[in-house]
Design a protein around this ligand. Structure first.
Ligand code: URA
Length: 243
């Protein structure tokens, strides 16, 4: 890890403050003054500031129930970043492991461990993500059987070189649909990749339209009863799945 990053991780200092410390010669690596912010260091090095030994803080892992009109980005844009919800020191040093659209709600994983988030996101790892999907058009039993097969085989999405990976489609709660609702069917979809707007594009490819989207589960990590806008630290077991 870069020396300036190590300093930020193990102190309250910002990257700019860490660089100033380095310039002023207050930082030593294994007893030698170190001024190069990009110098590579690891936990076995003795790193001191003003004689005080630094100990690397462990990585951080959180789950958030994302609300609509928030974005999975490290900067605020038209909508605020989801990182504003995580009330911890240096929240904007964290990153999001698997983005959701601004109008999608549900489970978001947040960390500062790049290797861990790679294991969540990489299509090669085939981690399952389950979405509750509300659709504009009705899906009768025959149509559902057809879609289950098509989603299992893979769909050709516009602009993509390969078919979508096998996905699992299941119906839920058809009896709740009354005339006033904006949707005519509610399904659960489990996918193992995260192409751009994947769920919306998959249903568009079969002639339907997503009117509501909510992520419920990633791997074995479930949103459970976490209220909208709430967050918590992940448990050791939850972290271990992607370590
Ligand atoms: N697929 C989408 O279309 N949108 C999301 O936010 C997540 C998956």
């Amino acid at each position: 890890m870069r020396l300036d990053k190590f300093i930020c991780k193990s102190t309250e200092l910002t990257r700019t403050e860490a660089k100033k410390m380095l310039k002023s010669g207050e930082v030593r690596v294994n007893g030698e003054v170190a001024k190069n912010a990009a110098m590579q260091v690891h936990e076995n090095n003795s790193i001191t500031i003003d004689g005080q030994e630094l100990t690397a803080r462990g990585s951080r892992y959180y789950i958030l129930h994302k609300v609509v009109d928030s974005i999975c980005s490290n900067v605020d844009e038209v909508y605020p970043s989801v990182l504003n919800f995580i009330e911890v020191d240096k929240a904007f040093d964290l990153h999001i492991a698997g983005r959701l659209d601004a109008d999608t709600t549900g489970l978001v994983l947040i960390t500062d461990d790049g290797r861990w988030s790679h294991n969540v996101i990489s299509p090669k790892k085939q981690c399952q993500k389950t979405y509750r999907v509300w659709l504009r058009s009705e899906i009768d039993d025959d149509k559902l059987a057809d879609l289950i097969t098509r989603f299992e085989k893979g769909l050709q999405l516009q602009g993509e070189d390969s078919l979508t990976r096998p996905a699992i489609l299941a119906r839920v709660a058809q009896e709740n649909l009354v005339d006033e609702t904006s949707y005519r069917s509610e399904v659960l979809l489990t996918i193992t990749e995260g192409k751009y707007h994947q769920v919306k594009r998959m249903f568009a490819a079969v002639g339907n339209r997503v009117v509501g989207l909510h992520r419920e589960q990633i791997g074995d990590i479930r949103l459970g009863d976490l209220a909208p806008g709430e967050w918590r630290e992940l448990t050791e077991d939850e972290i271990a799945q992607f370590s």
